[in-house]
Every structure is written in structure tokens, then in C-alpha cells.
Design a protein around this ligand. Structure first.
Ligand code: DX5
Ligand code: ZN
Length: 236
């Protein structure tokens, strides 16, 4: 199996006083995507940033912009986010009645279609429509804030989702978001995730390139069927 692993730093944890420099640094450090967390103060109890900031980020990077809409009525804003430069958009299943319908609209707009599920939302909610999707985003914290602890039950959820996707022969990306760090990225990869959002796990360090390098090392080790730095010694 050679599913590509992608590391998606969440700029929610960046230093906004110098956002341009942060985006450049994360790009140079080898990020695959930039994760862009939009919050409306209704769907989640916090506000972040929106369309004008996305437009500004679009001007200074060629990396794909992975927009995570933690907002009510996401369908109202899809087109504006695409015009502002989104390459993929995740809409929450909890506020989306017609998943195939919204995925169809996203594809019409020329972007990748993703559906996100909160920790308390059952995987079936999104698996039933998986054939219409490019990606499923599994929240491993309650959305709204960076820097929270990873919810361990998310591992089993990722496993169950990947298992069902494989059973139906579907090559859908599984993105994990919340509390991802060097010390748990390997486990989540082993469970079947292949896109890894990390905010504080990357921006909380001085050397972004070094942290991303360590994350890739963990991913490589897991995909080679062994572990490093811990539970199981490499033999030979
Ligand atoms: C949480 C956001 C996440 C957040 C992740 O609501 O969706 O993308 O930025 O931050 P960390 O990696 O610090 O948990
Ligand atoms: Zn997010």
C-alpha cells in the first residue's frame, strides 16, 4: 500500500503578527498542505479568520490550501472560499444534511470535497456518502481551539473508517485533526490516516523543518511496519 502521507500545519497556531513569514517558513520546512481553520462563534465557541486572510495567504504560497469550515451553513460560503484560493474544503457532517449534494457542488467548483466529523459523531454519517468524497476529516479534539489533547478513541475511529473504505475499494484520504504531535503521528498513521493536521505540534517549536522531519521519520517507520523510539525494538 503506498498511500501518500501529507503533513498539514494548521496556521491557527502561527504567529499572526508575522503570518506571511510563518507561511513561508512552513513551506520551506516541507509542509505538504496548509490547513486553514475557519470558526464562526456558532458551530464552535470561538472565532478565527476568514476570506480576506485566505486571500492574503493564497498570494504568498503555492501550497494547496486545505480549508476547514467550522461554521453553520457552510454551503453559503463555498464559492467565496474557492475564489479566495481554497484547494480543498472540509464541511462538518453535523451541519450538512445532503453530503452527496455538497460534495457535488465542491467538485463543480473545482476543489477536493471533504467532510469532517466531530468526536461524538458516528462514522456511518460520513461513510454512507464516502463514494462522493475525496477526504474524510476525523476530529481528534472537540473543534474550536488549538493546543488541546488528542482523544485516544480517535484511533479506533480512524481504523474503522479506513477498514470500511478498503472494504468498498474506495481510495479516500483520511485526515486527522487535533493534538497531533511527533509522539502520536505514527500510531494514527498505522490506524489508517494519511493526512495529518498539526498546529501547536509544529508551530510550538522553534525549528519547523526539524519537527516535520521527525514526523516523516515516524511515518516512514510505521509504514515499514516497525516503530522507532519506543514500544518495539527494531531487530537486525
Ligand atoms: C481545532 C482545529 C485544528 C487545530 C489543531 O478546532 O480544527 O485544526 O488548529 O491544533 P492542534 O494541532 O494544536 O491541536
Ligand atoms: Zn482544523
Amino acid at each position: 500500500m503506498s498511500r501518500a502521507f501529507k503533513i498539514a500545519p494548521s496556521i491557527l497556531s502561527a504567529d499572526f503578527t508575522r503570518l506571511g513569514e510563518e507561511v513561508r517558513r512552513i513551506e520551506q520546512a516541507g509542509a505538504d498542505l496548509i490547513h486553514f481553520d475557519v470558526m464562526d462563534g456558532h458551530f464552535v465557541p470561538n472565532l478565527s479568520f476568514g476570506i480576506p486572510v485566505l486571500e492574503s495567504v493564497r498570494k504568498i504560497t503555492a501550497l494547496p490550501l486545505d480549508v476547514h469550515l467550522m461554521i453553520d451553513e457552510p454551503a453559503r460560503y463555498l464559492e467565496q472560499f474557492v475564489r479566495a484560493g481554497a484547494n480543498s474544503i472540509s464541511v462538518h457532517a453535523e451541519v450538512c444534511e445532503d453530503i452527496p449534494g455538497i460534495a457535488y457542488r465542491m467538485h463543480q467548483l473545482g476543489i477536493h470535497a471533504a467532510i469532517a466529523i466531530n468526536p461524538e459523531t458516528e462514522p456511518t454519517r460520513v461513510l454512507d456518502a464516502a463514494a462522493h468524497l475525496d477526504m474524510i476529516l476525523v476530529m481528534s479534539v472537540h473543534p474550536g481551539f488549538g493546543g488541546q489533547g488528542f482523544i485516544p478513541e480517535s484511533i479506533g475511529k480512524v481504523q474503522a473508517i479506513r477498514h470500511e473504505l478498503q472494504r468498498h475499494g474506495l481510495e479516500v484520504d483520511v485526515e486527522i485533526d487535533g493534538g497531533i504531535k511527533v509522539d502520536n503521528i505514527g500510531l494514527v498513521a498505522q490506524a489508517g490516516a494519511n493526512v495529518f493536521v498539526s498546529g501547536s505540534g509544529i508551530f510550538g517549536h522553534r525549528d519547523y523543518a526539524e519537527i516535520i522531519r521527525q514526523m516523516r521519520e515516524e511515518l516512514q517507520a510505521r509504514s515499514a511496519g516497525r516503530t522507532i523510539g519506543g514500544d518495539q525494538e527494531k531487530s537486525g
